[in-house]
Design a protein around this ligand. Structure first.
Ligand code: PLP
Length: 446
């Protein structure tokens, strides 16, 4: 490795970072991560910290997952690449689809369409939803409904259904025909209540109103995260997703679960949808599907959608969509090994148990520090929302948030900040002692 000064200077000079202002790189250079082991990362200065971000909500099994590393190495030796476009396929891809169908059986998802990441998965699901209706003789069903504060990646389709202005405004105009409903956000919402069940009902009514106003026969799909991750870990009431599912069913609208973060155990259930007792028509996955070791994703497809695509003579029947890296054999091998390890280690149960401890610890911090306005989470995804005035719920300023971030790092734990939120999403294999370490470091950080 080159010396640290070279890396810092040339990062500032040559690298544009996602979700960052290029001009800030000189004044506020990113930490250079050099190595990782277990659930810890080490920076170029040799400081080792617990990774309470889990890479980027994706390294669910930690950094020392040998079976996944070995699968990648072996696949690179056997067949480093071949395409899955019509005419060819590869054995890891077939084996993976077979095991995914078993794994997602309880969600009613029977086919896979592979992608190279979360944004690709969202784009794929949106396109398949429109195509489904075209094949079905309802080509006018083109609109999408989504939630404010939802995050669905950065392609134009995903950005269009995103519910955060920061990811939209610089790139408008986006897709027309997208309707955003309120977020199921108990701490701040337009309904004058903090009762999550009432909020769920209020948003369901909004949805019904919009369906009546737009015309059900113009709406292709509703897309939502079972727990809104990047928008600040917004956990809806348990009735919310089932209410939305029921409205979708009554009006012939497809339901897309964006489980790029939630799938594979993060919420304490194997999928976020399963945790809420809902079977989506399409499910977007990525991130933890390869434990973050290889860019990969899959859209899981229900029997209902699959049968329309597989039994028609429609001129719209062929899938005119796909990526060079759809089903990359190295990614497929990584996913297969990850899936087996994820199951063997029963990480969903650990996420549920450790998540309860984490939330309790964070609530303890809230009782201690005025700066913490709200604490929320499910499984191993949690957020602290910082405020400068608790009564008025004034969002904390950038500096206050940065101070907590830096001090927590100094105390041995890296967290992520997004606006006024401190977000915690550690690997799902953390121990009770790791949870205590996260809470203690935050305690030192406030
Ligand atoms: N959907 C959700 C719910 C996400 O959280 C993300 C990324 O964080 C995406 C889509 C986009 O995934 P990617 O960054 O892999 O393109």
């Amino acid at each position: 490795m080159r010396e640290t000064n070279f890396l810092v200077e040339n990062n500032a000079r040559h690298v544009w970072h996602p979700m960052a202002h290029p001009a800030e790189m000189q004044a506020n250079p990113p930490r250079i991560v050099h190595a990782a082991e277990g659930v810890e990362i080490t920076d170029v200065h040799g400081k080792r910290v617990l990774d309470a971000v889990g890479g980027l909500w994706n390294v669910n099994l930690g950094y020392s997952c040998e079976p996944v590393k070995a699968a990648i190495r072996d696949q690179l030796d056997d067949l480093p690449y071949y395409s899955a476009f019509r005419g060819t396929t590869t054995s890891p891809l077939i084996e993976l689809s077979y095991e995914l169908a078993e794994w997602f059986k309880e969600d009613g998802l029977v086919r896979s369409f592979f992608t190279s990441g979360g944004s690709d998965s969202v784009e794929t699901a949106l396109r398949l939803a429109r195509q489904y209706h075209k094949i079905n003789g309802q080509p006018e069903r083109t609109k999408f409904v989504s939630l404010k504060k939802g995050y669905h990646g950065t392609h134009f389709g995903g950005a269009s259904v995103n519910g955060n202005a920061n990811f939209r405004r610089n790139y408008e105009p986006l897709l027309p025909g997208v309707i955003h409903l309120a977020a199921p956000y108990a701490y701040r919402n337009p309904f004058n209540t903090s009762d999550p069940a009432e909020i769920a009902q209020a948003i369901a009514r909004q949805f019904e109103d919009e369906v009546a106003f737009q015309g059900a026969d113009t709406i292709a799909a509703f897309i939502m995260e079972p727990v809104l991750g990047s928008g600040g870990v917004i956990v809806p009431h348990e009735t919310f997703m089932p209410l939305i599912r029921e409205i979708c069913d009554r009006h012939g609208i497809l339901m897309i679960a964006d489980e790029v973060i939630c799938a594979f155990g993060r919420t304490g259930a194997w999928t976020g949808s399963r945790g809420w007792g809902v079977k989506p028509d399409l499910m977007c996955t990525a991130k933890a599907i390869t434990n973050g070791y290889f860019p990969f994703g899959a859209v899981m497809i229900s029997e209902k959608v699959a049968s329309v695509f597989e039994n028609n003579k429609s001129p719209f029947g062929s899938i005119g969509h796909g990526y060079t890296y759809s089903g990359h054999p190295v990614g497929a091998a990584a996913a297969l090994a990850t899936l087996r390890e994820t199951t063997r280690l029963n990480v969903a149960a650990n996420a549920a148990a450790r998540g309860t401890e984490l939330l309790e610890g964070l609530k303890g911090l809230q009782a201690k520090y005025e700066l913490i306005g709200d604490v929320r989470g499910l499984g191993l995804m949690a957020a602290l929302e910082l405020v400068s005035d608790r009564a008025k719920k004034t969002p904390a300023g950038k500096e206050a948030v940065a101070t907590v971030y830096e001090a927590t790092y100094e105390a041995g734990v890296i967290v992520r900040t997004s606006g006024a939120n401190v977000i915690i999403s550690p690997p799902l294999v953390i121990t009770a002692a790791d949870v205590q370490r996260i809470v203690s470091a935050l305690d030192a950080g406030f």
